[in-house]
Design a protein around this ligand. Structure first.
Ligand code: GAL
Length: 576
């Protein structure tokens, strides 16, 4: 790990707000002398040559693209990424390569990364820019767009990073023997992976937002009577008197919160509450927190500046005294991202916060700061909660990302891409048009870090009308059987930074077959999961990298290499 400072870095950067930030400096073999830095009218720019064949991964949760080689990304916080442009619920300015190094750029700005562009070596004399390494390109005219675009990508030889609105930046070069090793070191930079309770890895069912306390209790009873695994029930907006923005006060659907929570406890079911941080005028904390909030409102609510001790204390103490002390041990921290594509419902980038941050910086830090405040409220109570925005240096927060989007291939890709950046991702199942779709989605949910059924708009459990309770129960039982493995994987995550879920290129970095593999992943230490996406039939090609493998369900030995697999189940292989 090697830190380099260019120009004058800003004050409001992720490392400043990361309580466990620490590292030991060691020399690196990366040619640091080749990094060029300049300040321009848009901010500052870093650039350095890329070796031919450099594959590039990371930048946070990326639902639309796996390998970023040759592409441009702008790391904007956006809950509705439509294209592979870098927009994300959780963008992170950290990327890794197949060349033994990765770089963390310590910025809360919406930085742009050109993962391969060319420079003119004649510009301002040869020392001003990097020389272009010639590619072994042929000059045959392409007669289709695939070949044409591949040719363009071949010419990317320099990485250019434009960081707006600042005159300098710190970067950290992290090296390792493979990508897993580099990511583990990045995760240790912020204190290692999160500490989660065993039950947090069980089944989380979020129920219909309009349920009453009695209806929720009846539902828990039904799960218990039918022996369907259930560890956590999530309550959606209906539990509050006002939700967009939030009051954090129990609504009349829950006339006796203490009694309700006691009933849940009797059934050994944990309760997780939905909320967001935009604080409504009817909230008991509104008047106190408003002066420590930004200069714009969201849904009529103030946006607390969680970098200020005053705002943190007001929010934390209320959540602790009213909710955590009453028995709540999980939260769903919603809407802390933003959207550019579904109206401008969040705060603008020009928003001013009392700490001196602007909206752009605060968007990049909002999720992690919000998670910190809730963790302070939880105190010694462990959790595995949910959140819709995360940023840099977030491995130690026990919060899992989720989305309102629902494309199943994108959700599977999210499992693989989140693993590069110290993030956890939930490919949640909600409702489905067919039994096949529900089961395919649930198969992936069972083999992910959080087993989440988010039925927030479903008046009944989504499997009843699709008539597949037995299949659902079997999959949730399978999840229970996987819990000891996950508990061990999270122990390793905490102690070493090695993530519990990994894209194949992380462990097999030198194998070109997996450089673009966005739909297979390692789950815990030894399972390779190759899900079949909903609505794609029941056959797929599966690649098993070098090693000894067996079918997880039958124990049958399977050779490394490519296989065509046909099944209604989920293909899973155990590494011997
Ligand atoms: C969305 C969230 C959903 C659900 C809904 C309730 O923002 O992503 O999962 O909680 O709010 O209003």
């Amino acid at each position: 790990m090697y830190k380099l400072t260019f120009g004058t870095p800003e004050t409001h950067v992720p490392s400043r707000y990361c309580p466990h930030f620490s590292y030991t400096e060691t020399p690196v073999s990366f040619p640091t002398e080749q990094i060029r830095f300049r300040v321009n009218s848009r901010g500052c720019v870093l650039s350095f040559p890329l070796e031919a064949d450099t594959q590039i991964y990371g930048f946070g949760l990326q639902l639309k693209q796996f390998n970023h080689k040759g592409r441009k990304l702008k790391l904007s916080v956006n809950a509705d990424p439509a294209l592979p442009t870098g927009d994300s619920h959780a963008p992170v300015p950290f990327f890794v390569t197949n060349k033994g190094w990765g770089i963390y750029v310590d910025t809360a700005r919406y930085a742009e990364f050109y993962c391969g562009n060319q420079m003119n070596p004649s510009y301002g004399g040869s020392s001003a820019v990097h020389p272009v390494q010639a590619d072994a390109e042929t000059n045959t005219p392409a007669d289709n767009t695939d070949d044409l675009y591949a040719l363009r990508e071949l010419s990317g030889q320099v990485m250019t990073i434009q960081i707006p609105g600042c005159e300098g930046v710190d970067i950290y070069i992290i090296e390792g023997k493979n990508i897993t090793d580099i990511v583990a070191r990045y995760n240790m930079l912020s204190g290692g992976g999160c500490d989660v309770p065993d039950w947090g890895l069980g089944v989380l069912y979020r129920c219909y937002t309009k349920y009453t306390a009695d209806r929720v209790i009846a539902m828990a009873d039904e799960f218990r009577e039918k022996d369907i695994p259930l560890h956590i029930i999530g309550l959606e907006p209906g539990w509050q008197t006002h939700t967009y923005s939030c009051s954090y006060v129990w609504s009349d659907l829950y006339p006796d919160p203490a009694g309700f929570l006691a009933e849940m406890k009797k059934r050994d079911v944990h309760v997780n509450l939905w909320q967001h941080a935009f604080t409504h005028p009817t909230s008991p904390i509104h008047d106190d927190i408003a002066p420590y909030s930004g200069d714009t409102l969201v849904w009529g609510g103030v946006v607390p500046d969680f970098t200020l001790p005053e705002a943190r204390a007001i929010f934390r103490d209320y959540q602790k005294n009213v909710l955590v002390d009453a028995g709540i041990d999980g939260f769903k921290l919603d809407e802390c991202d933003s959207s550019d594509n579904t109206g401008s419902w969040s705060f603008p980038l020009s928003t001013r916060f009392p700490s001196g941050m602007d909206g752009e910086q605060y968007h990049s830090l909002f999720g992690t700061l919000y998670a910190q405040v809730l963790m302070e409220a939880l105190g010694d109570t462990k959790t595995l909660s949910e959140i819709r925005n995360m940023g840099a240096l977030a491995a130690s927060y026990p919060f899992v990302l989720y989305s309102d989007l629902y494309d199943h291939k994108d959700f599977i890709r999210g499992v693989t891409t989140s693993s590069f950046s110290g993030l956890l991702w939930s490919p949640e199942v909600r409702d489905a048009r067919t039994k096949e779709e529900l089961i395919r989605r649930l198969q992936v949910v069972v083999f992910s870090v959080q087993c989440l059924i988010n039925a927030w708009y479903c008046p009944d459990v989504p499997w009843r009308e699709l008539d597949c309770e037995a299949e659902v129960k079997e999959l949730l039982k399978l999840r229970e059987a996987l819990m000891p493995r996950l508990i061990e994987a999270f122990r390793l995550y905490r102690e070493t930074g090695i993530p519990p879920v990994r894209a194949l290129v992380m462990d097999w970095t030198q194998d070109p077959e997996v450089w673009n593999m966005d739909d297979e992943y390692m789950f815990c230490a030894d399972l390779l999961v190759a899900p079949i996406a909903a609505d794609t039939g029941n056959t797929r090609k599966v690649y098993l990298p070098a090693g000894e493998w067996e079918d997880y369900f039958t124990g049958e030995a399977i050779a490394a290499g490519w296989h065509e697999v046909t099944t209604d189940g989920i293909p899973v292989y155990r590494k011997r």
